[in-house]
Design a protein around this ligand. Structure first.
Ligand code: ADP
Ligand code: MG
Ligand code: MG
Length: 519
């Protein structure tokens, strides 16, 4: 209980209020002369510096705002970006007003009605960036705003140690160690820290797997997949600091609240968000391979993220992979038959997930049934899947049948158009995927902020210590590949979200504050 109360209190202060009293000292800018090493090592690429990196984008924006010749570019860009994430009706009004304000009205309006407002906005945004990436980008790199960017970058590259965080209660246990709630002292932001015991990893030859998980997490950046904010090491552990998901996993919500199964709106919402997460992974050439309710976690607001990317693998352009990995009962037929596959196991996995959320049991197992591996494999290859009319409507049956098609070539989602086909299925006809992708759909269920949705601390088994394994220099080589510190975009987002950016980003002797920006 004590552990829970401390965690709940920290969570309430997680939005930046839980900063250490000494936070400004922890985030003190170095003098620009001490940032010279960065001048050569920072990549000079407009897209990365001024679009992808949140602090970079802010500073470039401030630079443009400070120049009379560029102010209009920024106002237009700002307005266009906002227009693309409005609801459909609002977007029409905003879009039309925008075109009237900035563009040569009649021609532009005709153009917009011809190609659609969104496409129109996207084209103009692209064109504006093209212009800004020329002369203005060169001028920016000579300005004090870029110096400031380097100062932030220096802070971002600070060494990360366990002193960077406060630790709260344990949240769960994994194959190589424990997961704990933690909080960054300097900003107050809460995270989940997945710790891998170095001796466990070595004993069970988990090095490639651990590094693979970390490197895949670094590449993804989606609101539907947990993000990696920091990777660091301590004497005995390797740590991945991840988005904290306080609402528990879907397994808990399917089985532990009322009768097994979820309401139709919940099933549709979670399935739609998982679909967006898979789409993002697949676009990056990553097949996830471990879809099951346990791995889908809820956040404070009831949005989900895919977690535990230990089995995910990145495929080279158009290539296939083999490997009997996953969790029995959720593995696709092509996986248990050890065939080559691309993204197909994930669409099978989504079928299993939609089935289980709806029926309150997985498709190939009865309640309380302890079928052995061989029997499970037989059922997956050839068993009849039952759809009780009590739980399933026709659209849900059709979606499950299409996803649980044994031949991957015939399965929904496995054609070149991929996730788009799944999203166009009648089951999702009331979902606005554009709004969902922008995080603008309100979840059908919000977890209770006063509850801790995981087992009591006493009930989580303790991790066994490993004897007779000693660590040597060969291991250090692997640790150094793992121990890369802050992950750029997520660290910068943390600074902005928690208000640290706004409070520290002062210019000039009197320290005028930068305006509140949401570009
Ligand atoms: P493993 O790969 O070893 O199975 P997981 O990534 O599944 O490890 O983590 C183990 C457990 O820790 C999960 O089942 C869950 O209870 C908890 N956990 C993992 N990641 C998070 C997170 N981001 N937020 C909250 N709890 C988490
Ligand atoms: Mg797991
Ligand atoms: Mg794992």
């Amino acid at each position: 209980m004590v552990a829970n109360n401390a965690l709940i209190r920290a969570r309430e202060n997680g939005g930046g209020k839980g900063k250490s009293g000494k936070w400004k000292e922890l985030l003190k800018f170095s003098h620009i002369s001490q940032c010279m090493d960065l001048i050569v090592s920072v990549e000079r690429d407009y897209h990365s510096l001024c679009e992808k990196q949140p602090i970079g984008k802010m500073l470039f924006y401030l630079f443009c705002r400070s120049s009379p010749a560029l102010q209009n570019y920024i106002s237009l860009l700002d307005a266009l970006v906002k227009a693309t994430i409005k609801s459909d009706q609002e977007r029409r009004d905003v879009g039309v007003a925008l075109i009237r304000r900035f563009l040569w009205s009649q021609v532009a309006e005709a153009w917009a009605s011809l190609i659609g407002l969104i496409t129109c906005c996207v084209c103009v945004i692209r064109d504006l960036h093209k212009q800004l990436s020329g002369g203005p980008f060169l001028q920016y790199q000579e300005s004090m705003f870029f110096d400031r960017f380097l100062q932030w970058k220096k802070l971002e590259r600070q060494t990360i140690t366990k002193r960077t965080f406060r630790q709260y209660r344990q949240l769960g246990k994994g194959g190589f160690g424990e997961v704990w709630a933690c909080q960054v002292r300097a900003t107050g932001k809460m995270y989940a820290c997945k710790k891998l015991q170095k001796t466990q990893v070595k004993k069970r030859r988990g090095e490639t797997m651990a590094l693979n998980e970390k490197q895949i997490l670094e590449k993804v950046n989606s609101r539907f997949v947990v993000s990696l904010a920091y990777a660091y090491e301590t004497k005995n552990t390797l740590c991945m600091v991840l988005t904290i998901m306080n609402g528990g996993d879907l397994r808990f919500h399917i089985y532990n609240i009322g009768p097994a199964g979820l309401r139709k709106e919940q099933v549709q919402f979670y399935a739609a968000e998982v679909c967006c997460g898979l789409r993002h992974l697949h676009q990056k050439g990553i097949v996830y391979r471990d879809l099951k309710p346990e791995n889908i976690l809820l956040d404070d607001n009831g949005h989900i993220r895919i977690s535990d990317l230990g089995l995910a693998v990145e495929l080279r352009e158009g290539s296939l992979v083999r490997g009997r990995v996953g969790t029995m009962g959720y593995m696709a037929p092509e996986v248990i038959d050890d065939q080559y596959y691309g993204m197909s196991p994930d669409w099978w996995g989504l079928g299993c997930l939609v089935y289980e959320m709806t029926a309150g049991r997985p498709p190939f197992r009865e309640r309380g049934d302890n079928a052995k591996k061989e029997e499970m494999e037989r059922r997956i290859r050839a068993g009849q899947i039952e759809y009780s009319p009590k739980s399933f409507n026709t659209q849900t049956i059709d979606l499950c049948r299409s996803l649980l098609t044994r031949d991957p070539e015939q399965r929904l989602g496995c054609q070149p158009s991929g996730a788009a086909d799944v999203q166009s299925h009648a089951f999702f006809n009331t979902v606005n995927f554009r709004m969902l992708e922008a995080g603008l759909v309100v979840p059908p269920f919000k977890p209770d902020p006063k509850l801790v949705y995981c087992s009591d601390v006493q009930d989580i088994d303790e991790f066994s210590t490993v004897k007779g394994v000693s660590l040597d220099c060969a291991d250090d080589h692997f640790y150094s590949k793992f121990n890369t510190g802050s992950v750029c975009v997520n660290w910068q987002n943390e600074m902005i979200e928690t208000g640290c950016f706004l409070e520290l980003n002062l210019f000039g002797p009197r320290g005028s504050r930068s305006p509140d920006l949401d570009w």
